[in-house]
Design a protein around this ligand. Sequence first.
Ligand SMILES: [Zn+2]
Length: 79
Amino acid sequence: MSHATSGMPARVVLDWRHGTIGELAPCVLCGRPALNRSPVKDVPCHKGCAETWITTHARDSAHRARLIRRYTPGRGEPR
Ligand SMILES: [Zn+2]
């Protein structure tokens, strides 16, 4: 775990390997057609949009970590 330079939000990268792909539908964040489904909410959403949303909404690194956990499907679960 590295400390990002304070003041500059570190880029968020979500692990959506367990996410599913559906038909093109408007992304809930930007409204453009998206194939990705949020693995947590099962709504059309670009991974990049979710990452940007977390980056801009996180108040601090702890809050950001909580948001990332909330929007990442359970780790290590056999599928
Ligand atoms: Zn989007």
